[in-house]
Ligand binder design. Structure first.
Ligand code: URA
Length: 257
């Protein structure tokens, strides 16, 4: 008989395969396609950006935050036009002791209503992706847990893409957030997060799946850019890339055990 842990892991993997479009068996013989590829060579560190005028004040405010509570209060109180169009400040979700920190773009409608990141359709897909490699934002086991935040804490009106200036202004807050969580691995979800945190103009389609190292949260951290689940909902054929990146993440985690 299967142990409950094994059974739920297999069901989560099956759930993700169905998301990938694998809805029928094409062979009677078992083929193991889950073996993770070896971790790729590390790319050179991304350079950090010069401070912009607009980020100077948020840098000072963020540096004075010594814990998550003070950071949350500072972000919620930071005056910004985006606040006017939003219901709730979306700070974070998950286990602060997690080894993995995911950084998304900005809250959408559901996140704005609930005050939590990734709780709408893309969040549900994200949870399935994580479950397929035995990760869960609410796990009490830090090795299996994930912590999630966004570049922007406020929902841009009509879900428009955040501007470069907005992302730059809030960058010191997410950088401090990363420092306080001190994760072993950072995942940048989608274009805005990847470009902002890695200080690059290269788009996510080129960056995804490529491990890099970046000066974030006061140290050099390994970063894995991944496709955003909202993009995967629109382009399901690209879920195969997300699967490859999840296997790479799994292999990286196993190599650190
Ligand atoms: N997309 C994001 O990038 N973040 C969320 O919290 C929700 C959707």
């Amino acid at each position: 008989m299967l142990m409950p842990d094994t059974k739920s892991a297999l069901l989560a993997a099956l759930d993700w395969q169905i998301e990938l479009g694998a809805d029928e068996a094409i062979s009677d013989t078992f083929q193991d396609r889950t073996s993770a590829p070896p971790p790729p060579k590390k790319a050179p560190a991304a350079p950090s950006s010069p401070a912009t005028t607009s980020s100077v004040s948020t840098t000072e405010i963020a540096e004075n935050c010594t814990d998550l509570v003070s950071l949350k209060t500072a972000i919620a109180n930071h005056p910004h036009a985006l606040r006017e169009g939003a219901r709730n400040c979306v700070f974070a979700d998950g286990n602060p002791a997690a080894r993995i920190m995911i950084v998304g773009e900005a809250p959408g409608r559901d996140e704005d209503m609930q005050g939590l990141p990734f709780v709408g359709r893309s969040g549900q897909l994200l949870d399935k992706m994580l479950a397929s490699i035995d990760l869960n934002r609410h796990s009490e086991d830090s090795a299996k847990a994930v912590y999630i935040a966004n570049i922007l804490p406020w929902r841009p009106v009509a879900n428009r893409t955040p501007s470069v200036g907005e992302a730059a202004e809030f960058k010191p807050f997410i950088d401090r957030h990363i420092a306080l969580i001190d994760p072993a691995i950072i995942i940048t979800m989608g274009n805005v997060s990847t470009k902002t945190l890695l200080d690059t103009k290269t788009g996510i389609m080129r960056m995804r799946g490529k491990w890099t190292e970046a000066p974030l949260g006061g140290k050099i951290s390994p970063v894995l850019p991944m496709l955003h689940p909202a993009y995967l909902l629109r382009q399901p054929q690209d879920k195969r890339h997300a699967w490859a990146d999840l296997l790479s993440l799994k292999s990286h985690l196993e190599s650190q055990k």
